[in-house]
Design a protein around this ligand. Sequence first.
Ligand SMILES: O=C(O)CCC(=O)C(=O)O
Length: 294
Amino acid sequence: MFENLRPLSEAAVAEQIANIARDGFSIMPSAISLAEQRTLLSELDRLESVRPGGDFPKSDFIGHVTRRWVDLLNDADLWQDVAVHPWIMQVLPHVLGEGFLLSAMATAVIGPGEPAQVIHDDDGIYRFPRPHPNLVCNTMWALTDFTEEAGATRLVPGSNNWPNDPQAGQVYESVPLLMPAGAIAFVVGGCYHGAGANVSNRDRPALTINYCNGAMRQQENFMLAVHPARMRAFRPELQDLLGFKQCFLAGHIFGGHPRVELERHFPTPDANDPYLARRNSFHTERTTLPEGYL
Ligand SMILES: O=C(O)CCC(=O)C(=O)O
């Protein structure tokens, strides 16, 4: 996926960075081609058929008719492309610093009738006093038009620069993240936001691909979730995002580079490896490791 996307110009990257710093969010239209949108939408249909209702237990925060699938890197290969979308890779080093990591990959298919999510900040999980440098940046992928009726994310512009944490129950002046299908929006971790109420009669299918500063703990425990034999077959850019790149000392093994240990334990991806051979079947079934891998 995204092979035909031309790189963002330097000016376009600078504009994204400036928007994010000022408002806490920024939109990149035409980041996902029509064909790619269709592919991702049919992938969501497939996930619904094999893991109906999503993976997270329902709650007011997660939603009651919202489907959030996770553990996506153990699933269809296209998720490996999603994680390293070229425009996201161009902008994020300037927002989160070199050595930033993939923190969580999920879907947010907001079903009709879902009420608005509480306004929150994504980097509140770290409980660092504000203001602080950017720790987290989420990317919201619009697979159909983000309209107010369909539950476009609500944003509080400029709140990323506020000194206080958002308070549950407080009403904030927010704007809807209106964007056409195919757009990707950055929402920096300090920006107050929440999914909007879906008062339409259709789903609001979106991806939420979340990244963090390289010294922060990732939300999703990829290093335990994805078997090293599988990670070994990922492209190096994705391996880096999972933690095979040191951020100063963070991420070392025996004081050395984690990639050295990856090579030592899993030197040659073997085409006959039964684990790797199963990768193509992930399109139709839930991941299970073959016997002898744990
Ligand atoms: O789906 C959305 O619009 C926002 C989701 C969100 O902020 C969250 O789940 O933390």
